[in-house]
Unconditional design. Structure first.
Lengths: 617, 192
């Protein structure tokens, strides 16, 4: 080693924490960090929330790639039904049937399996576990000033139940009879009768098993998040000083806790119908001319139970994205979030309303029109807190000194997507308009934009923004911006035309449309959508490359607080160890959004209020 | 198990985070049964619903599980007062009562089958089997916790440390919860 004198760098944050911090004697108990002493306890069975967050993220990315690749295959079928698909036979095997002239086509059963798996994977594995699992784990302890979750052990179990669930679902892809093919909502009778279709047998059994483990994972995680938020906030971190990210994760966890058990109930009843001959959801059914023993069940009952989870589930997906975007927009616009309390109240209002609107998914199932009225009204009322949030995001950006980083671009893109998709929600929430639009591509366009793409944008904003906190390096900004522009243009190109398909009545989930003369005019549009989807997927590959390349080769983080943010996670060392802060725990002296106050660009939450200073803006 | 993280923060929390987490978990379990009973109501309103009288055994088992709650609570009080003999005795009694509850539920199902209400006869019966079965599974979880508590009681010296008090309180909360849950379910079956 050369004889270089190194001055110990003094960090302002450390001095503040040393002076005002709170000594919990953590490091006296955890000398040498016995929880992370070898490879297995550091990287595999880790109990450190930051590592568990990375595990959720990378597993979520794995599933996102598989789920998106599936959508490309069925988009090829929809855009180019006549084309020879023999070239993917090496990948799909017997699901590509080749005729005498050597032209391969996608097996219809497998088309349904692909649609089903795409939905299941994206909704549960990517946008629930990959989004909320990642950022709740990463940010709840860091932004609240906690050493870790309330129970790091349960937190570890939460990830491994998710992993187990994913493994089972993955195995189902390789079944001889194929994975479950009855749609991600798994309505009976396709889900409740093993003989109903090829995927309803072993495929459905594995699907049920996988999702039960998934619910266990969500519940273990959620119990931890709720407990941590309510019990482990550091000194001074009152509820009204929490960043909006935490509010969003907190309400998300409550929604999950109250709605996922209902899904388990429904699944248990399906299992009894499948295996033990009960008739909860199965009515008089003939298969192959044979009457089955099941009498008197109600398939609609399943739909009620499913959508009692299903609707809160879409908010479980979008709320974390909203929280991340609120934080990212405020930090990168260098302005306090506009209407902090209104944001919190609208999160709470959305959370509450999400439980009393489920039947708007069932307007066409024969529910009483008077009951439908009730659900229409509450569905439309959700537009109010949603509009409050959109207004506040735009007001936050207005007059801001916006830094157009990849993170903030995705944040702004989120707002755009949320407006576009939210407006079509007002169409669909009307039970009368739903008669025409139900089960068409209009619905597909609506939910892909408002909870698929928008949630992904929130997730990307979060990843670009907190990547330095996760890996101590930055992702490449230029690639990030290319990724953004490619994705926002591509996503609109994919989903915007679907509105027109839907208004013309083109039904979703159909394998091909050549028996319907009226839909022939849309062949070109379907080809355009398919090509746009392939191109957009290409931009996601760019993101994946950027992500993994940057873990090892990205620009190193040299300062602790690269974005100039006020929140606590940026007061930790660049690569925080287990326990997050090396000495005392920081205490919180002010709210989370002091940007541009009293001539200072930003004031961290650990900085005490000045003599004559009033809290807030 | 990493208990220190939670313990260090204990001092400034009114309720221990683990105890709080248990209450949150109970809320989740409650939602599952809320779903079952709501499904029951909706299905019942649709007609083709076989009416039958719940076998008396289910009322006996209700008495047994109520007794077990009382005995566990008394055991906890004896534990905090340092009365080792009562503490151990009542804890063992609770376990026996808990096991008796599960056996009685099983006998109740047999009695149901005997009056012609089998699992697949009609959804009205199926619901009773499934709901009481899932409840019994949750009681078995409580019995596992009770067995742990008994091992603690008989193998360790009787000392009232915060950690052991917490464990006992958590067992107690869960046991009261499954007891309360059954009373709710029984009232539901009887009155609905």
């Amino acid at each position: 080693m050369a004889n270089v004198e190194t001055k110990p760098v003094v960090h302002e944050e450390d001095l503040l924490i040393e002076e005002y911090g709170y000594d919990d004697h953590f490091h006296e108990h955890h000398h040498g960090d016995k929880y992370q002493s070898n490879f297995i306890t550091t990287y595999i069975f880790s109990q450190d929330h930051k590592m568990i967050a990375k595990q959720f993220l990378i597993t979520g990315m794995f599933w996102a790639i598989i789920g998106a690749a599936m959508s490309l295959i069925f988009r090829l079928q929809l855009g180019f039904p006549e084309e020879n698909m023999a070239w993917i036979k090496p990948l799909l095997g017997k699901w590509i049937t080749v005729n005498e002239s050597g032209v391969g086509s996608l097996a219809p059963e497998f088309y349904y399996a692909l649609v089903t798996m795409h939905g299941t994977i994206l909704v549960f594995f990517v946008l629930t576990a990959g989004l909320s699992g990642t950022f709740s784990n990463l940010l709840i302890p860091l932004q609240l000033g906690a050493r870790d979750m309330a129970s790091p052990f349960l937190n570890m179990l939460s990830y491994w139940f998710f992993f187990l669930s994913g493994t089972i679902m993955f195995l189902s892809l390789f079944l001889n009879t194929g994975p479950f093919a009855g749609g991600w909502t798994a309505y009976p009778p396709l889900s409740a009768l093993p003989q109903a279709s090829s995927g309803s047998g072993a495929g459905m059994t594995l699907w049920l098993l996988s999702l039960v483990f998934f619910v266990v994972s969500v519940l273990l995680g959620g119990i931890n998040y709720i407990t941590t938020v309510l019990n482990l906030r550091t000194k001074g971190m009152s509820m009204w000083r929490m960043p909006l990210t935490i509010w969003a994760f907190f309400v998300t966890a409550i929604l999950g806790l109250l709605s996922f058990p209902v899904l388990v109930s429904a699944f248990l009843l399906v299992m009894f119908d499948r295996g033990l001959g009960t008739s909860f959801f199965l009515s008089e059914i003939f298969i192959g001319g044979q009457a089955l023993d099941h009498v008197g069940g109600s398939p609609i009952l399943y739909q009620h139970l499913f959508w009692f989870l299903g609707h809160p589930e879409v908010y479980i997906i979008i709320l974390p994205a909203m929280g991340l975007v609120s934080e990212v927009l405020s930090v990168h616009a260098r302005k306090p979030i506009f209407g902090y309390k209104a944001m919190v109240y609208s999160i709470l209002a959305i959370g509450f309303l999400s439980f009393i609107v489920w039947a708007h998914h069932m307007f066409m199932s024969g529910v009483n029109p008077f009951i439908a009225n009730f659900f229409v009204i509450f569905t439309l009322i959700i537009a109010v807190p949603s509009a409050v949030k959109v207004f506040n995001w735009i007001a936050t950006l207005y007059g801001g000194n916006i830094r157009f980083t990849a993170a903030s671009l995705f944040g702004i893109g989120f707002v755009s997507m949320f407006i576009s998709g939210g407006l079509t929600g007002i169409f669909l929430g009307n039970s009368a308009i739903d008669i025409q639009l139900h089960d068409t591509y209009f619905v597909v366009a609506h939910f892909h934009i408002v909870m698929g793409v928008a949630a992904f944008f929130g997730m990307f904003a979060g990843i670009y923004n907190w990547y330095p906190k996760m890996f101590g390096r930055f992702m490449n900004e230029t690639l990030g911006k290319i990724h953004f522009w490619g994705t926002i243009i591509g996503a609109y190109a994919v989903f915007w035309p679907m509105h027109y398909l839907g208004m013309a009545g083109v039904p979703r989930r159909y394998y091909r449309f050549d028996s319907f003369a009226a839909f022939g005019q849309f062949d070109l549009m379907n080809q355009f959508i398919t090509i746009a989807a392939i191109v957009t997927f290409g931009f996601q590959v760019l993101f994946v490359i950027n992500f993994f390349y940057s873990i090892w080769k990205g620009k190193k983080m040299t300062t602790r607080n690269p974005w100039g943010a006020t929140t606590l996670e940026w007061t930790t060392p660049i690569r925080p160890g287990h326990g997050n802060w090396p000495g005392k725990l920081p205490t919180v002296q002010r709210w989370a959004y002091d940007y541009g106050k009293d001539g200072q660009e930003f004031i961290p939450q650990i900085q005490p209020l000045g003599k004559d200073e009033k809290e807030g803006h | 198990m990493n208990v220190t993280v939670a313990k260090t923060d204990y001092r400034r929390s009114k309720i221990h985070p683990k105890k709080f987490a248990l209450l949150v978990a109970c809320a989740g379990i409650m939602m599952m049964f809320a779903a079952f009973t709501s499904a029951y109501i909706v299905r019942q309103a649709a007609g083709n619903w076989l009416e039958f009288r719940l076998p008396d055994l289910f009322y006996v088992s209700t008495g047994v599980i109520l007794l077990s709650s009382i005995s566990l609570h008394s055991s906890y009080l004896a534990f905090t007062r340092g009365n080792t003999r009562i503490y151990r005795l009542l804890l063992a009694a609770t376990l026996i009562l808990g096991l008796a509850f599960v056996v009685l539920q099983y006998k109740g199902w047999q009695a149901l089958a005997a009056i012609g209400v089998e699992l697949t006869t009609n959804p009205s019966g199926s619901f009773v089997y499934v709901i009481s079965g899932v409840h019994a599974a949750h009681v078995l979880g409580g019995i596992a916790a009770l067995i742990l508590a008994i091992l603690h009681a008989f193998l360790l010296q009787h000392r009232i440390t915060p950690a052991r008090k917490l464990r006992f309180e958590m067992t107690l909360i869960y046991w009261h919860f499954v007891d309360f849950l059954w009373v709710y379910l029984l009232l539901f079956f009887t009155l609905q």
